[in-house]
Design a protein around this ligand. Structure first.
Ligand code: SAM
Length: 267
């Protein structure tokens, strides 16, 4: 399994550790943590696959949960280790979401896959990552899988901020000129999907969906406004976001989505 050089270079030069720091990034963090805490019970075990610098892993370990983390990129692991506090029951291993053979079957109450599916480009690879997450999760355990959603990304990074040149992407065949569906390749770094792609991906697994969440909703699109909010307004915005983030009319335009499902039996 060859680690994509594009991926290593990107994370070597990207401040992943501070991605969720500004208020508009906190929306994703708070929302994900809120759902994790809905299911996690005292003393339970968590595996985070693609843990990055450990924002979620460390937060959960500091709350007393037992956390194992897997991360592909050495640079992120170094920052992860620096961020580890003495009282945390946490481990971090270099590894790939496609092969979790270092971990036995049926071991974790919750498995987080918040990142690897942004960087896997074929349905077979994505299914392999999900299959591995299911394998290591206890029967009845919960899996959280995060995706980058193409329309939210295209509206924000494309039409609004021009980080993605929509016309050029169409010319390069990276966006369908009729449907605007994305067709990413490894050198584009991020695999952009729609909910219908997630539904197709998941159709082969014996799992039950508990929630499908617009993790950051329109927060990235409104980033300047959200970053200027005072605490009172931000609290109100979060309250609004939490009651709307599972609405079917929001999940198509979010930047990130979270598929939360229960492991019914082994695949
Ligand atoms: C956007 S970051 C997310 C980090 C963290 N999970 C979070 O949500 O804040 C994605 C992470 O997944 C890692 N990653 C990408 N593909 C992976 C794979 N196949 N196996 C393990 N980690 C992977 C990247 O190196 C990166 O650290």
């Amino acid at each position: 399994m060859k680690t994509s050089q594009h991926l290593i270079e990107f994370y070597n030069n990207y401040d992943e550790d501070n991605r969720l720091e500004p208020k508009h990034g906190m929306v994703e963090f708070f929302t994900t943590m809120r759902y994790i805490q809905q299911y996690l019970k005292s003393g339970e075990r968590v595996l985070e696959v693609g843990a990055g610098t450990g924002r979620y892993s460390h937060a959960l370990a500091r709350q007393g949960y037992i956390v194992d983390a897997v991360e592909l990129v050495e640079h992120n692991i170094e920052v992860f280790r620096k961020n580890t506090q003495e009282n945390e029951r946490i481990t971090v291993h270099q590894g790939n979401a496609l092969d979790l053979s270092a971990f036995p079957d049926n071991q974790y109450d919750i498995t987080l896959v918040l990142g690897p599916l942004y960087h896997l480009y074929t349905i077979d690879e994505k299914r392999q990552a999900i299959r591995e997450a299911i394998r290591v999760t206890k029967l009845g355990g919960i899996i959280f899988a995060a995706y980058v959603i193409s329309d939210g990304c295209l509206l924000d990074e494309g039409f609004r901020r021009n980080n993605i040149n929509v016309m050029k992407y169409i010319q390069m065949g990276l966006l369908d000129s009729e449907t605007f569906a994305a067709k990413s390749k490894p050198q584009d770094l991020f695999e952009l999907v729609r909910k219908e792609d997630v539904d197709e991906l998941m159709s082969v697994f014996p799992t039950t969906r508990l929630h499908y969440v617009a993790t950051d909703g329109l927060a990235l699109m409104m980033r300047e406004v959200i970053d200027r909010m005072d605490e009172e307004m931000f609290e109100l915005f979060l309250k609004y976001h939490y009651v709307t983030c599972e609405r079917s009319d929001f999940v198509g335009v979010t930047s990130h989505a979270l598929d939360i499902f229960k492991n019914k039996k082994k695949s």
